[in-house]
Design a protein around this ligand. Structure first.
Ligand code: SAM
Length: 263
């Protein structure tokens, strides 16, 4: 028969051992999970989806594009030009939006009101638009400086250009086959490209390592938490945005930056 103090000591020892056993089991489980997590990724040569997340919800880059456009909705006003379709001009432009033009590179887009190559779009008169929305297009244009030149020329002085492009992304197979996909950008190249617009220039990068991996795997924004999507790590530029207001003496700025106006 054990004395009371001996009984207490034995039960404390027993509890300690049980706790230690539980802790070791938890650690083992975590290690196994990590191992299967990494071995799973290492043995996968195919992404979860190739559709940018469209088949699972909304693409992660679209979450960033829409956050950016929502921030600058007040600039979407007057005569607006949007590339490809008018989705964002309608979604984010308010009552201040007048005429909306849609620019497309080829004649097969029935909604296009302007068919032109942005690198040599002489058919568009200079200083026409108060706002230009150019989302996910610059990576498809080889002579990207010529396209920037046209965007600058057709924007009215004081007008605002809203541009987005990929920093980290899979290839868009449809676009690659249609016109070619040439570029990925960084905040530094974006700033250099658009500096001729004048001093009212804001370049921003969205994303982090988690959203980069999730986006490359074709996961949807809905599969991540808002704080995960919104965390910005400057070493993982998933999506880049540029807001460039054309200065009132736009021609002088462009001449000073060494660019030639095509018209
Ligand atoms: C994927 S869409 C991007 C626009 C769309 N609103 C979006 O947000 O996804 C690709 C666009 O690039 C345009 N594009 C490709 N090469 C072009 C060029 N050289 N000049 C003008 N547009 C071009 C096509 O007309 C097409 O509308």
């Amino acid at each position: 028969m054990l004395s009371m103090p001996a009984l207490l000591a034995t039960s404390m020892l027993f509890r300690k051992r049980v706790k230690r056993w539980f802790r070791s089991q938890q650690q083992m489980l975590r290690r196994q999970c990590n191992r299967s997590y990494f071995s799973d990724w290492r043995t996968r040569l195919e992404p979860t989806s190739r559709k940018f997340g469209f088949d699972r919800g909304s693409p992660i880059d679209r979450y960033y594009i829409e956050s950016f456009l929502a921030c600058h909705a007040a600039n979407i006003r007057g005569r607006v030009l949007e590339v490809g379709d008018d989705t964002y001009a309608r979604k984010f432009g308010g009552a201040g939006v007048g005429k909306i033009d849609i620019l497309h590179a080829t004649t097969d887009n029935k909604k296009a009101t302007i068919v032109a190559d942005l690198t040599c779009a002489e058919i568009i008169p200079s200083e026409t638009f108060d706002c230009i929305i150019c989302t996910q297009t610059m990576q498809f244009i080889y002579d990207v400086s010529a396209a920037v030149c046209t965007l600058h020329r057709v924007l009215k002085p004081g007008g605002v250009l809203l541009v987005t492009f990929p920093g980290i992304s899979q290839i868009s197979r449809y676009d690659m086959d249609q016109w070619g996909e040439y570029w990925r950008f960084t905040t530094v190249s974006a700033r250099r490209l658009f500096q001729s617009f004048g001093p009212d220039l804001t370049v921003k990068a969205y994303g982090n390592v988690l959203t980069a991996i999730a986006f490359l795997h074709g996961l949807a924004a809905e599969e991540l938490r808002r704080e995960e999507l919104d965390y910005c790590d400057p070493d993982y530029e998933v999506l880049l945005t540029v807001r460039a207001a054309k200065s009132l003496n736009g021609h002088a700025d462009r001449a000073n930056s060494g660019h030639k106006e095509s018209r």
